[in-house]
Design a protein around this ligand. Structure first.
Ligand code: PLP
Length: 422
C-alpha cells in the first residue's frame, strides 16, 4: 500500500451513497437467483424522446463542417463558445437577465463545479482561518460529503419540520433562528429541488439566505440539477434566482446527458473567473462533443420543451404512484411520513420513532427483495446526534409503475412488523 497524504487519504475514501452503492452492486451480483426491485438508482431513466433528441443532434454534428473543430482541437477553458452563447441567449430571454459570456462557465459535470467551489471558497484562508461550507438545510445531496479537502469545513444546519400527521406528509424548512452567516463562512450551498428529499426551498427562503450571505460577500451556490428550464424536474412553481453573490449551477445530467458530464455555472464575472482558473489547472476544459450537441438542443429551444413535456410528467407521475400505493398499503396508525414531492427524482420517507436503524431497515427490505437507500448517508456536515438521521429512506422514482406498487406493498408489510408491539 502506498503511503498517502492527508488529502490522498481523504479522497480515496468512498463517502456517503457511493459506499452504499457498492453494497447494492454486490447484492445484485451475488443474489443471482433472486429478483430485486431496485428503488435505489440516482441514474435517470432513458426516455425515448430524450434519447432521440440527443441522437438527432449527434447526427447533425457528425455531418457538419464544425466536427473537426469540435473534437480534434483543444478549446477555451471556459467552455465551447456556441454552448455559452446558447445559454446566455436562452437565460437572458427567459429570465430577463443581462448575462455576458463572462458570466458563464462550463465544467465536466456539476459535481466538478462543486468541488472547485468548495475548495476555492471553503477550507483554510491564507491567514489560516477555517472558512465553512455551509448547508442551510439537511438532509442534502450526499455528494457534498466528499467535496472539500478540509472535511472539518463542511457544516450543515438541522432543519425545522413541518408535519401534517393526519395526512402522513412533512416538509423540511431552514431554521432561520439558528442559520448564521459571519466571517467564518466561506460559501453557502444547497440543492433546489433537493436530492434526496424532493424539497424546493421557497423563493422567499432563497432570497433570505442570499441576502444574509451578501452582507458578508459570501457566494451562494444554488445546485439546480433538477430545476427549470431543463430538466424542469420541479412539480411546484419556483423561480430561479440570479445576481449578486448567487452562483446558479446547472447540470445536463437529468436532461439526458449524464454520460457526457456537463455542468454550468452562471454568476458574477469575478466568481466565475476563480472557478475557471481552478478548472484550467485541474483539467484544462470539459469535453467538447457533449457541449456541441447541448448547444444545438438549447439554442433550438427543444431541450426546454422536452423537459416540460416529457421529463417532468414522467417523474411526477411516478411520485403519484408512490403516493397512492402508500395510501393503499401503509397502516394508518403507524407514524410514517412522506416528504412533500416538490421535485427531483426521489421520494423521501421518515418513520417517526422507528424501533430499528435505517441501516437495519435497509437490510430487512433487501430480505424481501426491495432495495432502497438508507437515509443516514444524506446528512453530510451534520455532526449533531439526531435520531431522525436514522429514521429515513430514499426511494428512487426510476422504477416501473408495477415495481413501485409492489415495492410499497412490501415496505408496508415490513414496516407493520417492525412497529408491531412485542
Ligand atoms: N447535485 C445534485 C443535487 C445531484 O443529484 C447530482 C447527481 O445526482 C449532482 C449534483 C451531480 O451531477 P453531475 O452529473 O452534473 O455531476
Amino acid at each position: 500500500e502506498p503511503a498517502l497524504t492527508k488529502i490522498g487519504d481523504r479522497m480515496s475514501n468512498l463517502t456517503g451513497v457511493r459506499a452504499i452503492m457498492k453494497d447494492i452492486k454486490e447484492t445484485l451480483q451475488t443474489g443471482k437467483g433472486q429478483h430485486y426491485i431496485n428503488l435505489s438508482p440516482g441514474n435517470p431513466v432513458i426516455l425515448e424522446p430524450v434519447e432521440q433528441l440527443w441522437r438527432k443532434y449527434t447526427k447533425e454534428l457528425l455531418d457538419s463542417s464544425d466536427y473537426g473543430q469540435v473534437v480534434c482541437r483543444y478549446g477555451d477553458s471556459q467552455g465551447y463558445e456556441p454552448l455559452i452563447e446558447a445559454i446566455k441567449t436562452d437565460f437572458n430571454r427567459r429570465y430577463g437577465l443581462n448575462l455576458t459570456e463572462r458570466n458563464i462557465l462550463i465544467t465536466p459535470g456539476s459535481q466538478n463545479l462543486y468541488f472547485y467551489a468548495a475548495n476555492a471558497f471553503g477550507g483554510y484562508s491564507s491567514a489560516g482561518q477555517l472558512k465553512r461550507i455551509v448547508l442551510p438545510l439537511s438532509p442534502e445531496y450526499t455528494g457534498y460529503g466528499g467535496l472539500t479537502l478540509a472535511p472539518e469545513a463542511l457544516f450543515a444546519y438541522k432543519p425545522t419540520l413541518e408535519i401534517d400527521e393526519a395526512n402522513h406528509r412533512f416538509k423540511y424548512r431552514p431554521d432561520f433562528s439558528q442559520f448564521k452567516i459571519d466571517e467564518s463562512t466561506g460559501c453557502v450551498m444547497f440543492s433546489r429541488p433537493c436530492n434526496p428529499t424532493g424539497n424546493v426551498l421557497t423563493d422567499e427562503e432563497v432570497k433570505k439566505i442570499a441576502d444574509l450571505a451578501s452582507e458578508h460577500d459570501v457566494p451562494v451556490i444554488i445546485d439546480s440539477a433538477y430545476a427549470p428550464p431543463f430538466p424542469a424536474l420541479n412539480f411546484t412553481d419556483m423561480q430561479p434566482l440570479f445576481g449578486g453573490n448567487i452562483l446558479h449551477c446547472l447540470s445536463l445530467s437529468k436532461a439526458g446527458l449524464p454520460g457526457e458530464r456537463i455542468g454550468v455555472a452562471i454568476g458574477d464575472e469575478a466568481l466565475v473567473g476563480v472557478l475557471e482558473s481552478f478548472q484550467t489547472n485541474m483539467c484544462i476544459h470539459s469535453a467538447r462533443y457533449g457541449q456541441a450537441i447541448a448547444a444545438k438542443a438549447i439554442a433550438s429551444g427543444e431541450l426546454a420543451d422536452i423537459a416540460e413535456q416529457v421529463i417532468r410528467p414522467y417523474y411526477q407521475n411516478k411520485f403519484t404512484v408512490v403516493e397512492s400505493s402508500l395510501q393503499e398499503y401503509m397502516p394508518q396508525d403507524i407514524p410514517w411520513l412522506l416528504h412533500r414531492g416538490e421535485g427531483a427524482i426521489f421520494a423521501w420517507m421518515w418513520f417517526q420513532d422507528l424501533p430499528i436503524t435505517d441501516w437495519e431497515l435497509y437490510q430487512q427490505l433487501k430480505q424481501v427483495g426491495i432495495i432502497v437507500v438508507p437515509g443516514s448517508t444524506f446528512f453530510p456536515g451534520l455532526q449533531e446526534e439526531w435520531a431522525h438521521k436514522h429514521q429515513c429512506i430514499r426511494i428512487s422514482l426510476t422504477a416501473e409503475d408495477p415495481e413501485i406498487v409492489t415495492g410499497m406493498q412490501r415496505l408496508a408489510q415490513v414496516i407493520s412488523k417492525i412497529y408491531q408491539p412485542l
